[in-house]
Design a protein around this ligand. Structure first.
Ligand code: PLP
Length: 345
């Protein structure tokens, strides 16, 4: 992001839907093109060998960043203007300090877990989770010495506490991985409670397990997990965020410090998003709120229709949260999160 542009837009002062039109882009650096070009390039040119040396040293963590220094462009597996703009914009929707974008939702999830799990550690996860995540947790990570222990989302805080208890003898808990609402049951997990449950683990708070939330089903318009205690939020951008069924991509948002090991892992695994897909996701972010609001309205009508249908026994819809559900949805710090669970007739 350029200084000129920061001054032009006053950083994040405007509403996200307004910022999506131009945030992080300076047309005067791109022949005054109103929209960012797709930077279809593998490699970037350095003004001098010294520049190249300095860019590489920073990218590979061999030296500290100078004050106000922006990482130089090197190679599109490491950074690319389209991806940097997209990441700045995704961070706005996720109310995060920073974001990273990936080749798919699974690339985001797996790179994030590779960055935080170690042999001998345990990952506690809600269940059900999306099938690919389930396979990763139960079939792939155990081959590398990482144990996964699940709890049922509908089991409320008690199920989560029991999972933590049973994990304690099995090794340090590296992460609490939560998919809420769950695909496909819509089961929800109380994120504030989850944060409290893991807070006392492993001594000082800095050592507690990282809380990762898959926000694909509601995010970022109807749920902002980072506002409720999550450390990292992962999203399959393929779904509502992409919104046109014409791309596969993923995102991970959080603090810059917590994203750093994930960024390093992404550089080496090569799980980043490509520039063309990144450009398409930027296009999608401009209409995200309009599309998700319309989709929610459509879902509300379909659920109401089914709920009134004599042949339908129960409807699992977030708007029909039953009275006394153990983990009601947390109210949002701002007005735009918030969506309830499901019910039977
Ligand atoms: C909740 C959830 N998380 C993650 C994924 C994986 O995303 P992708 O297909 O973009 O890899 C999916 C895909 O269906 C999903 O539903």
């Amino acid at each position: 992001m350029t200084d000129t542009h920061n001054r032009l837009l006053g950083d994040r002062a405007l509403a996200p839907e307004t910022l999506m039109m131009g945030y992080g882009y300076d047309p005067f650096l791109s022949e005054r093109s109103l929209k960012p070009p797709v930077f279809h390039t593998s490699t970037f040119v350095f003004r001098s060998a010294q520049d190249g040396k300095e860019f590489f040293e920073l990218a590979y963590g061999l030296r500290q960043k100078h004050p106000n220094e922006e990482p130089g462009l090197i190679y599109s597996r490491i950074n690319n203007p389209d991806l940097e703009m997209l990441e700045d914009r995704l961070a706005i929707w996720d109310q995060a300090e920073a974001s990273l974008v990936f080749a798919s939702g699974m690339a985001a999830i797996s790179t994030t877990l590779w960055a935080y799990a170690r042999p001998g550690t345990v990952i506690i996860h809600s269940g059900p989770v999306y099938g690919g995540t389930d396979f990763l947790l139960k079939k792939i990570l155990p081959q590398f010495g990482v144990t996964s222990i699940g709890f049922l989302s509908e089991g409320g805080s008690k199920a989560m506490e029991e999972a933590v208890e049973s994990a304690c003898g099995k090794g340090p808990i590296a992460a609490l991985y939560i998919e809420t609402p769950a695909n496909p049951t819509n089961g929800m997990v109380d994120l504030g409670r989850a944060r409290k449950i893991v807070s006392g683990l492993h001594g000082p708070d800095a050592n507690r397990p990282v809380i990762i939330v898959d926000n694909t089903m509601l995010g970022p318009i109807y749920q902002v997990p980072l506002a409720h205690g999550a450390d990292l939020v992962v999203t399959s951008l393929t779904k509502y965020v992409g919104g046109h069924s014409d791309l596969i991509a993923g995102g991970c948002s959080g603090t810059a410090a917590m994203l750093e090991p994930i960024r390093g892992m992404r550089t080496i695994l090569g799980t980043m998003c490509d520039p063309h897909t990144g450009w398409l996701v930027m296009r999608s972010l401009e209409t995200l709120k309009l599309r998700m609001t319309a989709a929610a309205e459509g879902a509300r009508k379909v659920a109401a229709f089914l709920n009134a249908h004599p042949k339908v026994a129960s409807v699992w819809y977030l708007g029909f949260l039953p009275e006394g559900h153990p983990d009601p949805p947390v109210s949002s710090a701002n007005a735009r999160a918030q969506a309830p669970l499901s019910a039977s007739k």
